[in-house]
Design a protein around this ligand. Structure first.
Ligand code: KIV
Ligand code: ZN
Length: 387
């Protein structure tokens, strides 16, 4: 049987840390409801101790989610946990997400403590959170740059303290996929009690590897992926939810599934882009405006003959409008004929050749040839009856 991969969405926490992306509570709630409807398993609503508004936003999310667990982030500090517990209390499925840094850099230069003290503080935080909620996730910040032997000791101590989920973040996006996958494998093979918990991959995109690293983690035993819509997040962003979901969906040779309703992905992406003021790059995988657009003559000819020549996803599967045959100076006769026929215009071959020459002249001048230009180009030509 295929393994379910839980989708932990942190658009409203890690995603919202992006400058200019901050949301008012009501907007967070609108996005959270859409995420719940999309089918995510866990929604990280925010960092409740960070501000009164974020506390209220997480609380409102906790009150309103139908299916998803609601999670609040904390440092490994009692005050943070107290505040987060209050915020997530109304949730049907509340979760506390607590932790601290484990790499030498974090231990010695950020926390300015010892490795033993980090384990003690983590254990104390997990035990404290467990007094209030059953579901406690521990994050080992900068696990990507933490040596595996020490990381295994940390993870084992947190499981013993009661953690239900162990989050392995590649906080700085430094790892290579094989290396990150090997880290998860090492933990699976060397930590007592690891089979009782979910292992989460939380990857950042500093080297453009966040999605690849998350998938490598899954292939080595991670059962939860932490991600954001459109991949937004600190610096170069987080693992993109739509990419992970569609990799698992399309690669049926992988023995995994998610509960995401893929047909809602495009609308979800647009909602987040608009409300968080963060436009999606045109060539973004799955949800970019060019993700299903074909503009070179060779590709257009292939797609018109058989869509799958150049598309591995049917746009309808992700709720996109459809494949687009875009007319530019790189387009060929097949594309021009196709677009004219969409307008109800069919020409004989000689006329099509003549119109194509005029079309190229317009395309070189304007860059993109629109329907209104096409209508002008064919005015005066005899049409063949399309019926
Ligand atoms: O990237 C990271 O390490 C985080 C943790 C707080 C989970 O966002
Ligand atoms: Zn992060």
């Amino acid at each position: 049987m295929d393994q379910k991969i839980k989708i932990f969405d942190t658009t409203l926490r890690d995603g919202e840390q992006v400058p200019g992306c901050q949301l008012h509570g009501k907007e967070k709630l609108v996005i959270a409801k859409a995420l719940d409807n999309l089918g995510v398993d866990i929604i990280e609503g925010g960092f409740p101790v960070s501000s009164p508004a974020d506390f209220e936003a997480v609380k409102a999310i906790a009150q309103n989610m139908q299916n998803a667990s609601v999670c609040g982030l904390t440092r490994a500090v009692q005050k943070d946990i107290d505040v987060a517990v209050e915020a997530i209390k109304p949730a049907k499925k509340p979760r506390i997400h607590t932790g601290l840094g484990t790499s030498d850099l974090h231990v010695f230069t950020k926390l300015r403590t010892t490795k033993e003290e980090v384990i003690e503080r983590g254990v104390a935080a997990v035990k404290y959170a467990k007094k209030f909620v059953e579901d406690v996730e521990f994050y080992a910040e900068d696990a990507g740059r933490t040596d595996n032997e020490y990381l295994a000791r940390v993870v084992e101590a947190m499981i013993k303290a009661g953690a239900t989920v162990i989050n392995i973040p590649d906080t700085t996006g430094y790892c290579l996929p094989a290396e990150f996958g090997a880290k998860i494998k090492y933990l699976k093979e060397n930590v007592k009690g690891i089979h009782k918990v979910d292992i989460a991959a939380h990857c950042h995109n500093d080297l453009g590897l966040a999605t690849a690293n998350a998938i490598a983690a899954v292939q080595n035993g991670a059962t939860q992926v932490e991600c954001t819509i459109n991949g937004i997040g600190e610096r170069a962003g987080n693992t993109s939810l739509e990419e992970v979901v569609m990799i698992i969906n399309k690669r049926t040779d992988l023995p995994y599934y998610t509960d995401i309703n893929t047909r809602l992905l495009t609308a979800m992406s647009q909602m987040v882009a608009e409300r968080m003021n963060m436009p999606v790059q045109a060539n973004k995988a799955i949800v970019g405006s060019n993700a299903f657009a074909h503009s070179s003559g060779i590709h257009q000819d292939g797609v018109i003959k058989h869509r799958q020549n150049y598309e591995i996803i049917d746009p309808a599967e992700v709720g996109a409008d459809g494949s687009q045959i875009v007319l530019t100076a790189r387009s060929g006769h097949a594309a021009l004929k196709y677009r004219l026929e969409k307008l109800g215009v069919s020409l004989n071959k000689a006329d099509l050749d003549k119109v194509y020459n005029d079309f190229l002249e317009v395309a070189d001048r304007t860059g993109l040839v629109e329907d209104k230009d096409l209508k002008e180009l064919v005015a005066g030509y005899a049409m063949i009856d399309l019926d």
